[in-house]
Design a protein around this ligand. Structure first.
Ligand code: MRU
Length: 344
């Protein structure tokens, strides 16, 4: 996607350095973070400098490449086992991360060259999947539609194009008039900060919706469809995505609004039978108790907004049961949640 006329991916390699758009500073500052070592890359995934299922999958694959570069041939597989363990411990829910480290490790048992080509293929395939998700998803969007989305499932989250936002970009490019409702997505506000920034940069008409306003807007008939991304889709179609997704799906069912999940095949985890088996990340309570944003002196600052003696819960994801999902938009087409096996 273009930023000030220059094409960027959310994450890419430069030599042995992983370059990523620093997502914690957006939309206030556009900066590239350079992860020179595997430890830097792991830290960047953990602290969400790069985030979103597809982009952390790419970061994991590039991290494995960094480990390949510092390993001799003789100890390649055992060094990659150690690197995989380190990368896998950064974030637990998005399966793309584990998909990427598994894929590179497996390839290293064939040859160093194959492992390198697999490490680079993860990001390229993810970007191409986003493009195709856009094409398929656009067939569902009618002129004049109001589309609600949750969290950020745009190009920042999927290397390029996006998952949930790719159909929106494709619809806009094909001349449809659409209006996007971007849920703010507490507590980290990926919707208010990142989705809104992406949409504004692409000239897509939109408004940020407070997290608790979705059902009301559906009741007014303003939302024709909901499209969200995914961090892990279990074999039965249950889908883990950013906390708050489940509530939107329940409200959408009540008001008869089609609820779509958009995700590449690398987010579908057939080895996880259902949503109950998905490991849900718990993050630091400070993300709930404090706000971070641009203050009047132009600095980005963090301040406490909650009662000083209270604690908070901070589950990062929830699971939407398959029965609430109208369809899953992938790079191979749109399927019902109970038809996932058809795709493989
Ligand atoms: O915690 P995050 O910001 O990494 O969570 C991201 C989401 O939940 C996205 O909606 C999801 O990854 C889909 S984006 C390809």
């Amino acid at each position: 996607m273009n930023v000030n006329g220059i094409h960027y991916r959310a994450i890419w390699m430069d030599g042995t350095t992983v370059c990523m758009i620093e997502q914690n500073l957006l939309p206030f500052e556009f900066k590239i973070f350079k992860a020179e070592t595997l430890d830097d890359t792991c830290m960047a995934i953990k602290t969400m400098i790069t985030r979103g299922a597809g982009s952390i999958g790419a970061a994991a694959a590039y991290g494995m490449y960094q480990a390949i570069c510092t390993s001799d041939d003789e100890h390649l597989v055992e060094n990659l086992v150690v690197a995989k363990k380190k990368i896998d411990s950064t974030r637990p829910t998005a399966v793309n991360l584990f998909y990427a480290t598994d894929r590179v490790l497996k390839a290293s048992k064939v040859s160093r060259e194959f492992a390198i080509s697999e490490a680079f293929a993860v990001a390229d395939e993810c970007a191409e999947a986003g493009r195709m998700i856009g094409e398929y998803g656009n067939t569902l969007i009618k002129d004049g539609f109001g589309v609600e989305t949750h969290c950020n499932a745009g190009w920042l989250a999927l290397v390029d194009y996006g998952s949930a936002l790719a159909p929106i970009y494709a619809a806009q490019e094909s001349g449809k008039e659409i209006f996007v409702y971007a849920d703010e997505t507490r507590p980290r506000n990926q919707g208010a900060r990142l989705t809104a920034w992406e949409l504004a940069s692409a000239g897509v008409p939109h408004a940020i919706l407070p997290d608790n306003a979705g059902a009301y807007y559906m009741s007014l008939g303003k939302i024709n469809m909901v499209i969200v991304g995914a961090d892990r889709i279990a074999a039965n179609g249950d889908t883990a995505n950013k906390i708050g997704t489940l509530e939107k799906a329940i409200a959408a069912k009540y008001y008869g609004v089609p609820f779509y999940v958009a995700a590449p095949l690398s987010t579908i985890d057939l080895s996880t039978p259902d949503g109950k088996h998905i490991n849900i990340e718990e993050r630091d309570e400070d993300e709930v108790l404090k706000y971070s944003g641009l203050v009047e002196n132009g600095n980005i600052e963090t301040f406490r907004m909650a009662n000083p003696t209270s604690h908070a819960k901070n589950p990062a994801f929830d699971v939407t049961p398959a029965e609430l999902i109208t369809g899953i938009i992938t790079e191979k087409g749109i399927v019902k949640p109970n038809e996932l096996k058809k795709l493989f």
